[in-house]
Design a protein around this ligand. Structure first.
Ligand code: TYM
Length: 328
């Protein structure tokens, strides 16, 4: 049976980008595959969070994973730092990861622009840690959004390189998995780019109805089309993309037709979009609040996940040690 794996950095709450880019695939795949979904707390250290923030954010993501429908009976849900074998594999992969290729990774270049006072080695070797996360369970499929494509290419490269150096066919080359036919970039509603926590434009699964309405009503638009069937400029296209994701086909078609005939009223579109986002988020928000209050349950899930993930990771590390030439 093929293995599916993915992770999310604990840097606050899950937003619609995380959900539609990744988590909805987790829920879909857990019935058919051997699945590992983890909370990437080591990755979050690149920005030097305070201990209390890590503790809180890990709890938050765990509650939100569960509220979204990831079932700990079907999938292994774990916290990355509970599985020490990952660090050993990270070390081995780093020995064959080269400065030039790591420096060329776009997200590294972006990070050094954003945090010039904190260009640490963890940032540089982020792709090797991510590859270690994936290869430690010999995962075949990795559900991620479009922004992770380059990291996925690096993971494939490191897997291939290990196999070549040691002349083995040990690690599978992991491929990205998408819920729809292509990788998804959920847009922000502030005019341009993707939805993201650091972009300050995120709608969170835990947001209440009023907050969601306020965020959507503030979305950037333009004066409206004057020529029938004209192309949608980015801020408006983003609203439609969001509508395609959360609304019914009929709703999308209705507003698309209004746009094409230059009769669109953005106020109406936003009201409908806010309502559709609320219809989606409200039951999840209620489950998040319920689960987050149940510390004993979350503790049990994390403990069981740590045990199952460690068993799988320990098997890989034993084999990797032997391949490399260490005493088994
Ligand atoms: P992270 O924590 O930034 O994001 C988690 C997941 O959400 C997706 N995502 C989006 N998808 C579509 N549109 C958006 N606007 C959007 N924003 C976020 C991301 O693509 C991702 O799938 N490096 C990873 C975490 C990680 C990981 C791994 C993932 C660490 N090790 C191993 C897979 C396998 C990250 O920073 O994702």
């Amino acid at each position: 049976m093929e293995t599916v794996l993915s992770g999310i950095r604990p840097t606050g709450n899950l937003h619609l980008g995380n959900y539609f880019g990744a988590v909805q695939s987790f829920v879909k795949l857990q019935d058919e595959y051997r699945c590992f979904f983890f909370i990437a707390d080591w990755h979050s250290l690149t920005t030097h969070p305070r201990p209390e923030n890590i503790r809180q954010s890990v709890k938050t993501i765990l509650a939100e994973y569960l509220a979204c429908g990831i079932d700990p009976e079907k999938a292994t849900i774990y916290v990355q730092s509970d599985v020490h074998e990952v660090v050993e594999l990270y070390l081995y992969l780093n020995m064959n990861a080269y400065l030039g290729e790591l420096e060329r990774v776009t997200s590294f270049k972006e990070k050094i622009r954003k945090q010039p006072d904190n260009i640490n080695a963890g940032l540089l070797t982020y792709p090797s840690l991510m590859a270690a996360d994936i290869l430690i369970h010999k995962a075949n499929k990795v559900p991620v959004g479009k922004d992770q494509e380059q990291n996925m290419e690096m993971a494939r490269k490191f897997a291939r390189r290990f196999n070549t150096i040691y002349d083995v066919t040990y690690f599978p080359e992991p491929e990205s998995f998408h819920f729809s036919d292509k990788a998804l970039k959920v847009p922000g509603l502030d005019g341009s780019g993707k939805m993201g926590k650091s972009e300050g434009n995120a709608i969170y699964l835990v947001d209440d109805e009023k907050t969601i309405r306020k965020k959507v009503m503030k979305a950037v638009t333009d004066a409206g089309p004057t020529v029938p069937h004209s192309e949608k400029p980015e801020p408006v296209a983003n609203l439609f993309t969001m509508m395609e994701i959360v609304s019914t086909q009929d709703t999308y078609d209705y507003f698309n037709e209004k746009y094409n005939t230059c009769e669109i009223r953005y106020g109406d579109l936003k009201k409908q979009l806010a309502e559709d986002i609320n219809t989606f988020c409200t039951p999840i928000r209620e489950r998040i609040l319920e689960i987050a209050a149940d510390n004993a349950y979350m503790d049990k899930v994390a403990r069981l996940g740590a045990q199952k993930a460690t068993e799988s990771a320990a098997r890989t590390i034993l084999e990797v040690r032997e391949i490399i030439g260490f005493r088994p």
